[in-house]
Design a protein around this ligand. Structure first.
Ligand SMILES: Cc1ncc(COP(=O)(O)O)c(C=O)c1O
Length: 389
């Protein structure tokens, strides 16, 4: 089917890239060993710290988020090290598999995919580890496969109550610049992020924000590393350079993204995401469908994962929506395949884009014959613009 107008990219990342960022990247590549590049690199390396709410170094890799996952592991751990990792969904599973490939012994704490880690359990497991065998606690802040946000601040408090010296490694790939996240205040040691979600950039950059403690762990970490080595990167970054060819034009895009986030104000960015998430949930409730996330305190503000009723196929629904309304929604991943669709409401996004997105879902539910109550879109509009407001 031929479509006119524009495609709706409502997967939970990559997200819509604003015109300003497209224009900022649409330029000749410059010499990555020259003074103009050094100025750009110093500016973005400094500016991006605010987004992580840190004053420490942030390393930028030309890589997808998986690269930054690997970097967090190989820079801090040694073969045979034990780590505690909480099962939150598809992405915690992938991070676990990655760690195991490096010979890390992962204690993978089972989870239902509908809740975040329980901080009391974090504390109990760390208390029991009297010899301090766990070298790291690893957690996905926003599980993109389920729309559940983990309480990282509570996990840190539990670690401190247990007086356990493990590092805290956090994946913020689908939360950074969308959901409040505080690297310094929450004493995260490595924060992993990517460019293609809240930062509104195309895929291709990923990040490690690094604490002092992580930098000292790095000195003794024995896993082999070359491309991902923090030390070579930090050394080159001091002068505004990279040890290899950087993703120059994405860095021009990042500079623009940082300006846009600064202009809006980070707290307003978080408020906007909360508001859109709340309106989305108002629609889902009105449709009579079930949200994957069970605990309202853990609702994700960057995406909502929705279960389709038994006997119905979420992938067929997504196909119908794509064919008829030119909108892409996120698929259910691994054990949620066919059972769940995911609505991305993060990045460069506004009320009317959300209204269009939810209209597409509601019309799709109708066409696909998925049982639901009408009125979800109206409920979302009421949430966005309450009568009497
Ligand atoms: C929470 C989370 N972690 C890790 C990844 C993997 O990142 P990438 O696909 O950019 O390698 C993703 C991708 O969507 C993600 O959402």
């Amino acid at each position: 089917m031929m479509h006119s107008g524009r495609h709706f990219l409502q997967i939970p990342g990559p997200t819509n890239v604003p015109e300003r960022i497209l224009r900022a990247m649409d330029r000749q590549v410059i010499d990555h060993r020259g003074p103009e590049f050094a100025k750009l690199a110093k500016e973005v390396l400094e500016g991006v710290k605010k987004i992580f709410q840190t004053t420490g170094p942030v390393i930028i890799y030309p890589a997808s988020g998986t690269g930054a996952w690997e970097a967090a592991i190989v820079n801090t751990l040694s073969p045979g090290d034990r780590v505690l990792l909480f099962e939150t969904g598809h992405f915690s599973h992938l991070w676990c598999q990655l760690a195991k490939k490096f010979g890390i012994e992962v204690e993978y704490v089972p989870g239902s995919w509908r809740r975040g880690p329980n901080s009391a359990e974090v504390e109990a497991r760390l208390q029991a580890d009297v010899r301090h065998n766990f070298k790291a606690v690893m957690v996905v802040h926003n599980e993109t496969s389920t729309g559940v946000t983990s309480g990282v601040a509570e996990i840190r408090r539990a670690m401190n109550r247990a007086r356990h010296p493990a590092l805290l490694l956090v994946d913020t790939i689908s939360s950074l610049a969308s959901i409040d996240y505080r690297h310094d205040e929450w004493e995260a040691d490595v924060t992993v992020a990517g460019s293609q979600k809240g930062l509104m950039l195309p895929p291709g950059l990923s990040f490690n924000a690094v604490s002092e403690k992580a930098l000292s762990a790095n000195k003794n970490a024995k896993l082999p590393r070359s491309y991902w080595d923090w030390q070579e990167m930090l050394h080159a970054n001091q002068a505004g350079f990279f040890p290899f060819t950087p993703a120059t034009n994405l860095l021009f895009g990042l500079r623009e993204s940082l300006s846009m986030l600064e202009e809006e104000g980070l707290s307003n960015v978080f408020r906007r995401h909360n508001r859109h998430a709340e309106a989305t949930r108002a629609a889902v409730r009105e449709w009579g469908l079930e949200i994957v996330c069970e605990d309202p305190r853990e609702y994700s503000s960057s995406l909502t994962a929705v279960l389709v009723p038994q006997g119905h196929d979420a992938d067929q629904l997504r196909r119908i929506i794509l064919e008829n309304f030119d909108m892409s929604l996120g698929a259910g991943l691994s054990k949620l395949a066919g059972k769940v669709f995911r609505i991305g409401h993060l990045g460069s996004f506004n009320d009317l884009m959300l209204a269009g997105t939810l209209s597409g879902v509601e019309m799709g539910l109708r066409l696909a014959g998925v049982p639901h109550q009408p009125g979800g879109v109206t409920a979302a509009l009421q949430s966005l613009a309450p009568v009497g407001h």
